[in-house]
Design a protein around this ligand. Structure first.
Ligand code: SF4
Length: 339
């Protein structure tokens, strides 16, 4: 029998985004999550931008490519996706028979939101000779309208898999698209979307930090604006930034991406210094507000009650699966493994 608190939390789930149930303050969430993993044959996949506690309890921590690959090969019955909505959707697209739960349904993404499906469909219809490559940070509807998906780890390889001269639409991130146009020499038509976190880094403040820490290298994610990328010593996906910080000989880095990755960087290289790049204002906007909606408590709740669950219509799932499979195929053939 459900108690009253649970019944009303379930009723209010769509408004709240998560199961809002008071828990015993003495509960050891680490222990409980480990117990639930065994009991329910569940796997916890966490993005690098999740809070440190969630990263520490996860079975797999990765960037979008690594998480998609982990989701594609898991044998677990339940996938607990500690990330944002489009990532949990991606896991469902690849695993129709498995239960996929997300700690907070309101963990969205400003970049995914910047490409509404009806507008994008019209844009695509205006360019019928173009192949559509979409960055994985988009909704299932946009994936279904795409020919191939990419991540920042494999985007160059995906573009290069198409013949020179093939017209391409790249969506939804205009900054990543512009960076890739330069890297590959293509002239892809760019959808005008952006990530609120990566757009907000202040060139002026990064320059000031460089003056104060002349020994530090600037490492940046390609979702940042061109002016910021111009001052970077190294540009790469989240995993590439992490690997670079481990193998490069410098001892200090100014990290221009979501600040959650600093946890793994510091763990892997405890003697090095990692300085989060400051945003263009005084708030903590280099934290993704969507990623940070997830908490350890919500991870526990979604595992215990198997809610909120990602549900998707089969037609949409099947249409979104094809461009995802193309991406995974090309990545496999190119020997690309996400982190
Ligand atoms: S950091 Fe940007 S792209 Fe990533 S989930 Fe947050 S809003 Fe979306």
């Amino acid at each position: 029998m459900e108690n009253f608190a649970l019944a009303s939390a379930k009723k209010n789930l769509n408004n709240a985004g998560f199961l809002d149930i008071d828990l015993d303050v003495k509960m050891d969430f680490f222990e409980e999550i480990q117990r639930l993993k065994k009991e329910k044959n569940a796997v916890v996949l966490a993005h690098y931008y999740q809070e440190p506690d969630i990263q520490d309890v996860a079975d797999y921590i990765g960037d979008s490519l690594g998480l998609a690959q982990a989701a594609a090969k898991t044998t677990a019955d339940m996938i607990v996706f500690a990330g944002v909505h489009f990532m949990a959707e991606t896991a469902k697209i690849l695993n129709p028979g498995k239960k996929v739960v997300l700690p907070d349904l309101k963990a969205g993404c400003s970049l995914a939101d910047s490409a509404p499906a009806p507008l994008f469909k019209k844009f695509k219809e205006e360019h019928p000779d173009h192949v559509v490559i979409s960055y994985i940070n988009c909704t299932a509807e946009i994936k279904a309208l795409s020919d191939i998906i990419c991540t920042s780890s494999n985007a160059e390889k995906i573009i290069e898999s198409l013949p020179e001269g093939q017209p391409i639409i790249f969506a939804p991130d205009k900054n990543l698209g512009g960076y890739l146009n330069k890297k590959t020499g293509r002239n892809m038509l760019l959808w005008n979307g952006a990530c609120m976190v990566h757009e907000i880094f202040s060139l002026e403040k990064i320059t000031r930090l460089k003056v104060r820490h002349p020994e530090a290298k600037v490492i940046a994610h390609p979702e940042c604006e061109e002016a910021v990328l111009k001052v970077a010593d190294f540009i790469g996906s989240t995993t590439q930034l992490l690997k670079y910080s481990q193998t490069d000989s410098s001892q200090a880095y100014i990290v221009v991406t979501e600040s959650g990755i600093l946890h793994q960087m510091q763990k892997e290289s405890p003697l090095k210094t990692f300085i989060p790049a400051p945003p263009d204002n005084n708030c903590a906007c280099n934290d993704c507000p969507y990623m940070k909606l997830n908490t350890l408590e919500k991870v526990y709740l979604c595992m215990e009650y198997e809610l909120p669950e990602i549900i998707m219509e089969e037609n949409l799932r099947e249409a979104a699966r094809k461009p995802m499979e193309r991406m995974l195929d090309i990545s496999r053939k190119a020997g690309l493994i996400g982190g």
